[in-house]
Design a protein around this ligand. Structure first.
Ligand SMILES: NC(=O)c1ccc[n+]([C@@H]2O[C@H](COP(=O)([O-])OP(=O)(O)OC[C@H]3O[C@@H](n4cnc5c(N)ncnc54)[C@H](OP(=O)(O)O)[C@@H]3O)[C@@H](O)[C@H]2O)c1
Length: 295
């Protein structure tokens, strides 16, 4: 059986690590904030590595899932980064949602060191990781995909080989462009419905059961908006980051993305209003705060 080292014990990484440990694949972890790695290791009887290079020297598969481009560059290319420890023939499964061009650059560097890398961003929240029902979109060579599949299948229901390096991320970005715009639109109509005097149960039923535009996302997010429960499933800061990536890629390609551009502004306003770490459905708060009191 392959042995895996995981970097990044955040909301997603912790749960992925737990599944891999339960299935006997995980041998150790690294996290920037060491106390989290120590806690995980004590609870799950795995090794703690002092830095990403040490982890890479001791495993055949490195799985990383951290916040953004800067975080990935730091764990991969930093002083004690993966690139300094990776073994000939090792595989890197990079699952963070980052810029496709950063990811392609990194895959080339890993290849120069004799390893292989796939970009493998995830569709689905931490809940789906726990249920082992996530969707993973893989970009990379066929051989790398096949090896990655043997690991990712332990927490995903669908694993799709989308194309060469970077294409998993392109596919992820069109998903999040839709998701970010859709949740902002849901927030708009929940706020409007409440101002009209519709009862919570009517708003809930229309948007989650009766509407032809209902979806698993409306089922997940509308109750949160109605109940003012913004405990984090996916943080505002991550959605803002993803829409930034969407807008940059669209500019590079010369393609108009008016919905994603507007959604980006709304999540930026959420961040400015102190909602960075809240679930991104908290975007409804910035609309509510701007409701006119004069009708
Ligand atoms: N949450 C979701 O539902 C979801 C769904 C799909 C995709 N994603 C994507 O998955 C990735 C992780 O999301 P998450 O929700 O697990 O994030 P999170 O809970 O915020 O965790 C972020 C992780 O990145 C590490 N990190 C941040 N900056 C770093 C740096 N400069 N150097 C090294 N490590 C750094 C953090 O370490 P510390 O503990 O030291 O802060 C932590 O382990 C993101 O790219 C996100 O867009 C998330």
């Amino acid at each position: 059986m392959v042995n895996v080292g995981l970097i990044g014990l955040g909301t997603m990484g912790w749960r992925i690590a737990k599944n891999l440990k339960d299935d006997g694949l995980l041998i150790g972890v690294f996290n920037r904030t060491m106390s989290k790695a120590i806690k995980f290791a004590e609870e799950n009887k795995v090794n703690v590595f002092n830095n990403p290079a040490e982890l890479a020297r001791n495993v055949d598969v490195v799985l990383s899932i951290v916040s953004d481009d800067d975080a990935v560059k730091s764990i991969m290319l930093g002083e004690n980064g993966v690139i300094n420890g990776i073994k000939q023939g090792s595989l890197v499964i990079e699952m963070s949602t980052i810029s496709p061009s950063t990811s392609i650059e990194l895959a080339n560097k890993i290849k120069e060191k004799g390893g292989l890398m796939v970009d493998a961003p995830i569709i689905g929240t931490s809940i789906l990781i726990e249920k082992r029902e996530a969707v993973v979109l893989i970009g990379g060579e066929r051989e790398a995909y096949e090896r990655a599949y043997e690991v990712v299948k332990h927490f995903a229901r669908y694993v799709v080989h989308v194309g060469p390096n970077g294409y998993g991320l392109y596919a992820k970005l069109i998903n999040n462009a839709l998701l970010g715009s859709y949740v902002a639109a849901l927030a708009e109509v929940v706020n409007l419905g409440e101002a009209m005097g519709l009862s919570s149960s009517v708003i809930m039923d229309v948007l989650t059961k009766l509407s032809s535009a209902r979806s698993p996302t409306s089922e997940l997010k509308v109750p949160k908006m109605i109940n003012n429960d913004f405990t984090t499933q996916f943080a505002t800061k991550h959605m803002r980051k993803d829409l930034d990536l969407v807008n940059k890629e669209a500019s590079r390609l010369g393609v108009p993305v008016p919905m994603a551009a507007l959604a980006l502004q709304l999540y930026r306003m959420s961040e400015a209003d102190g909602l960075s770490d809240d679930d991104f459905s908290a975007v409804i708060k910035i609309l509510k705060r701007r409701n006119s009191t004069q009708r």
